[in-house]
Design a protein around this ligand. Structure first.
Ligand code: ZN
Ligand code: ZN
Length: 408
């Protein structure tokens, strides 16, 4: 479950409630749009109720994402959503539990008074802990593990010290007794944090027109000069894209990352290699046999099981479509999975397409794809009842599953 962040509009100061996954914020009062960007990750504060005390903030790393394991002869997946205490203090609780979901948080900025304990744990330490936990999912040898779409944030728990006791400043209750001789807190403190979030004006860098997107979009589009953009290092950089035009009514365009990649380990370099290695039974598009292998990965967050099915079906059934570099005027489904995350899924997509898993999985550690190039491709899906159906391949996605993906 996600959480809510309270933030003032940088233009008019009106309060806006953001969802955790929001990037694009539209102020309901002055209608100015901004894109939220943090260089590493967002830092959030739990609210405290102790205005008369000097507040000490203890960091918790929060990780949310999907983990995929190729183990034995099966692929397991699950949604990971954890917080882990990051200051190394033995007295503080290891996790925040459901607290971040239960109250509104704010961004931590240099103006916030208080002492910030240093976070000595890194995101990779949290991953190591998660690796140990997720390894017990199922029996069998682990051949490959991938985290896809994971995000990290830092959540600060407010504390204060009174009468030799450490108090939880969210509920003003004692947490721990301060030992006589030593400080309960490690000495390293971030006295003057320089963290800031950047509010980027959502104007097209090429023509100055307003960029379009939805709240959780990680790619914005310009319908005026037909370009697509993603934020990196606090500015927008162009994204190569193509559109496969749809016919008829009720067309929605869903984005996929078309990722061309080579693997020297097992020599999986062409579409024909992919079909041969995965032992696809059907007669495949022979016209593509000698073309470089491209994976087609959903560019939107969706439940792991469906994500894997779509990546597999699209990669196997792909065609050499004619594409246009023009942003469609019809509904564009937002890109919510960045390219950097999509490329984490190549091995697991290959694994899911393989027909003889027990034979092939031991070879997975030798597979190491090098990405040659990537494109964002919008494909036409027709809305039929509760489903969205791809026009050429009849691949089907349930509308509710898509909706639920916004919360992942
Ligand atoms: Zn405003
Ligand atoms: Zn433009």
């Amino acid at each position: 479950m996600g959480f809510t962040i309270e933030q003032e509009c940088p233009q008019c100061g009106a309060p806006i409630d953001l969802d955790e996954t929001d990037h694009l914020i539209l102020c309901p009062y002055c209608h100015v749009k901004n894109y939220l960007f943090a260089r590493d990750y967002f830092r959030l504060l739990l609210p405290h109720k102790a205005p008369d005390h000097d507040i000490i903030y203890a960091p918790y790393i929060r990780m949310k994402g999907e983990v995929y394991l190729c183990k034995g002869a099966s692929i397991r997946h699950s949604i990971v959503d954890v917080t882990h205490q990051g200051s190394g203090s033995k007295q503080l609780p290891v996790s925040l539990g459901i607290r971040p979901q239960a109250m509104k948080m704010r961004f931590a900025t240099p103006e916030v008074p208080g002492t910030f304990l240093q976070c000595t744990l890194s995101p990779s330490d949290v991953l190591t802990t998660m690796n140990k936990r997720t390894s017990v999912f199922s029996p069998g040898k682990l051949f490959h593990r991938a985290y896809i779409g994971e995000t990290f944030s830092l959540i600060y728990q407010p504390l204060f010290v009174h009468d030799n006791r450490v108090y939880d400043a969210v509920i003003n209750r004692p947490l721990a007794q301060l030992p006589d001789s030593e400080d309960v807190f490690p000495p390293a403190k971030d006295a003057h944090p320089k963290w800031n979030i950047t509010f980027m004006a959502t104007l097209c860098p090429q023509c100055g027109w307003n960029l379009e997107g939805e709240r959780d979009s990680v790619v914005l589009t310009c319908g005026n000069c037909d370009t697509a953009w993603e934020a990196s290092e606090a500015h927008f950089t162009p994204v190569a894209f193509g559109v496969v035009s749809g016919r008829g009514d009720n067309i929605n365009y869903l984005p996929f990352w078309k990722i061309t990649a080579r693997d020297e380990g097992l020599g999986i370099n062409t579409y024909g290699d992919f079909i041969r290695v995965t032992k696809q039974p059907a007669v495949m598009q022979s016209g593509l046999s000698n073309t470089a292998l491209s994976f087609w990965i959903p560019a939107f967050k969706i439940r792991p099981k469906i994500f894997l099915r779509l990546a597999k079906q699209m990669t196997i059934l792909q065609r050499d479509w004619t594409m246009e570099e023009r942003i469609p005027k019809k509904t564009l489904y937002p890109v919510t999975l960045p390219h950097s995350e999509a490329i984490q899924s190549l091995n697991v997509t290959l694994a899911s397409a393989v027909m003889t898993r027990s034979k092939f999985f031991p070879l997975l550690p030798d597979v190491n794809f090098t990405v040659i190039q990537s494109h964002l491709v919008y494909l036409p899906f027709r809305a039929v009842g509760n489903d969205m159906i791809e026009e050429h391949l009849n691949i089907c996605i349930n509308k509710n599953t898509l909706k639920y993906g916004h919360y992942l």
